[in-house]
Design a protein around this ligand. Structure first.
Ligand code: ATP
Ligand code: MG
Ligand code: FE
Length: 336
């Protein structure tokens, strides 16, 4: 089964051709980062307009690179939520148009399910059940993936998403947008034990997260230093903040594996490319006898290959979408 997948939920216009959910024939991503950097974050109206400008060429390039034509495609997969409504609609309408014109099935994909599915591309033998730590720009979850497309949410953030915290702290220490990769890089020059930032831990047996506390602690630290005219070592702030976030992610992720008695955990979403998170997860995993999986960098951040993978497993279950499928900006995991 060859699926043409389209993704436009945020600020990357992406298209890919994926075979049987695991083999990527092409994976084209047009990033809008340059434009949004000027504004310090994603501007929704600008994102929609840029998607419209890019989508035809991106889809064509995905077909060309895969060496296929539209006739060779078996189904069209597309992200319909969660994300920015105006951005989602561009990819969705384009996919619906193709589905109608070619008379080929349309498959609606949950963007977060897509992030998780990136692991099926990276690990051809990977099958549920397993635990997945989803850490992206707008979401932070620990899910137990019982079967393909079947999720049980074991914990989530009560305020900011992990990626959001990285982006906000990066802005506060003057690193700019997008913050995650920059904090990652700068932290390598810093001392992660230099500053003691708080780790939120709920004592009610919950696997939830909270990142607003550590974010505020960083902002207070910076303000106090500035008021006293003391030197701020940006590298140390970044490394200490990063470690505080990673510590709770690793603790809860490992706890979730014990709760569900599984010995493998996958990481997904943009923050899954964080080098400190990867190293810490592997180290703890070795100690606890848990295998840690994560997709290669290009499959961690937004792309359409992961959407093509998730679409395949939905297709196999017979989940074909009607042409009335609408964008759902706050689509929940496991909901249709
Ligand atoms: P969502 O998937 O929740 O809808 P999104 O699509 O905007 O949100 P992703 O593309 O999955 O998010 O990930 C982007 C996020 O990942 C940003 O917050 C970015 O700062 C973060 N990120 C990317 N690389 C790294 C890294 N190396 N370290 C930490 N964070 C990173
Ligand atoms: Mg993005
Ligand atoms: Fe994403």
């Amino acid at each position: 089964i060859k699926i043409l997948a389209i993704e436009s939920s945020c600020d990357e216009t992406a298209a890919a051709v994926v075979v049987n959910g695991r083999e990527v024939l092409s994976n084209v991503i047009a990033s809008q980062i340059d434009i949004h950097t000027k504004f310090g974050g994603v501007v929704p109206e600008v994102a929609s307009r840029k998607h419209i400008e890019a989508i035809s060429a991106v889809v064509q390039e995905a077909l060309d690179k895969a060496n296929v034509t539209l006739e060779d495609i078996d189904a069209i997969g597309v992200t319909y939520g969660p994300g920015l409504v105006g951005a989602l609609l561009v990819g969705l309408q384009y996919a619906k148009g193709l589905s109608y014109a070619l008379n080929k099935p349309l498959i609606g994909v949950n963007h977060i399910e897509g992030h998780i599915s990136a692991n099926f591309i990276e690990y051809k033998e990977l099958e549920p059940p397993f635990v997945c730590l989803v850490v992206s720009g707008g979401h932070t979850f620990i899910v137990y993936m019982k079967d393909y497309g079947e999720f049980e949410v074991l914990g989530g953030t009560r305020d900011d998403a992990a990626g959001e915290a990285f982006d906000k702290v990066a802005r506060a220490i003057g690193l700019g947008y997008p913050g995650g990769p920059k904090i990652d890089r700068v932290s390598k020059e810093g001392n992660a034990d230099a500053i003691k930032f708080p780790r939120a831990n709920f004592h009610d047996n919950s696997l939830d997260f909270s990142f607003s506390g550590v974010k505020s602690a960083v902002l207070n630290y910076l303000n106090n230093k500035e008021m006293r005219n003391e030197e701020i070592v940006r590298e140390d702030v970044a490394a200490s903040f990063q470690k505080a976030v990673v510590d709770v992610l690793v603790d809860n992720a490992m706890e979730a594996c014990k709760k569900r008695k599984v010995d493998k955990i996958a990481i997904a979403g943009g923050v899954a490319s964080n080098s400190c998170l990867r190293e810490s997860m592997i180290k703890r995993g070795e100690k606890e006898g848990i295998r840690v999986l994560f997709p290669s960098m290009i499959l961690c951040t937004d792309n359409a290959a992961m959407i093509g993978s998730a679409a395949y497993f939905e297709y196999k279950k017979g989940n074909i979408a009607p042409l009335t499928l609408n964008a759902i900006p706050n689509l929940k995991l496991g909901e249709r």
